[in-house]
Unconditional design. Structure first.
Length: 305
């Protein structure tokens, strides 16, 4: 067990524990991969994919709650967490390829696949490509194309615009840290004031660590550009076409206070996936697995049982 805030082992709150990390070379990049502690080796495998600007630590609480059901691993996807970027664009399809190669290198199939935000979009693309290898798909605020113009869509447009996006990100990084932290918490969580203290401290520590990564700006811009471009793909090549091909049981989770993915898209999502059930959390934001991990845990257990 890695240390956290001066304590180790069982005294560490679940929302603050860091899973043991190691490096796995796939798709031409050295991925930092974390293994959920305490899971038996004969349990079914699970793979957790974080969103834009996130990391494997976004799955800490949920993975520990489920370690009696699945044997989970969570990578820092290229350009985020402690993994350097890919040589080319780090977009949704590239992330799906990284996840696919990681599955082959580390997990026996079929796999319980989890994805949040941009990681959710990559998980949809992967599940459509490899239906026989995915046992279930749990999507938390997946970044699927939305027909309505929203504040988040305008934000991604700005980030994806050459020169403008870079200026926006770099200007934001020059703001005082406490101001950036407050803004990030308000953007990601439905009610930051209700978060357990250890979650806030862990989130702050990761944000501070990311300030030292030279690739953060470009990785953020590449991800935002990929999300924006997915809105304009031809219908037969879109993520919605991928969603319609997913044959495994699907759990869709949306938060009513999500400021990055419009939760109204949940109706279309439930209609499009052939075998989907929906969990709507009116008080949750963009990362329900961090904000309401027990509710997500319960829904997943119901899905597979």
């Amino acid at each position: 067990m890695e240390s956290y805030a001066g304590v180790t082992g069982d005294s560490v709150p679940p929302g603050a524990q860091e899973w043991p990390g190691r490096t796995v070379s796939v798709a031409g990049v050295d991925l930092l991969v974390r293994d959920a502690p305490g899971a038996a080796k004969d349990l079914p495998p699970a793979l957790f994919a974080h969103g834009l600007g996130g990391s494997s630590l976004n799955w800490t609480a949920l993975g520990l709650l489920l370690n009696d059901k699945v044997r989970g691993i969570a990578p820092d996807l290229p350009g985020f967490g402690r993994t350097p970027p890919l040589a080319g664009l780090g977009g949704i399809r590239e992330q799906a390829e990284v996840l696919s190669q990681l599955m082959d290198a580390e997990l026996d199939q079929p796999v319980h696949l989890f994805g949040n935000s941009m990681g959710g979009a990559a998980a949809v693309a992967l599940a459509a490509r490899r239906p026989a290898d995915i046992a279930s798909l749990t999507l938390i605020s997946p970044a699927l194309p939305h027909p309505r113009v929203s504040t988040s869509a305008l934000m991604f447009t700005a980030l994806a615009t050459p020169r403008v996006g870079k200026a926006v990100v770099e200007r934001g990084r020059r703001l005082p840290f406490e101001r950036r932290l407050k803004g990030a918490l308000s953007m990601v969580f439905g009610d930051p004031k209700s978060l357990p203290p250890e979650v806030v401290v862990a989130y702050e520590a990761e944000l501070r660590r990311r300030d030292g990564d030279p690739w953060v700006t470009q990785a953020t811009l590449d991800g935002a550009r990929s999300i924006l471009l997915s809105q304009f793909e031809l219908p037969r090549r879109s993520l919605w076409a991928d969603a319609a091909k997913v044959t495994c049981p699907v759990l869709l989770i949306y938060g009513g206070k999500d400021r990055l993915v419009d939760p109204r898209i949940r109706t279309k999502a439930q209609r499009t996936f052939p075998n989907a059930r929906l969990l709507y959390l009116p008080d949750s934001g963009h990362v329900a697995q961090m904000e309401h991990p027990q509710l997500v845990e319960r829904a997943f257990r119901q899905l597979i049982e």
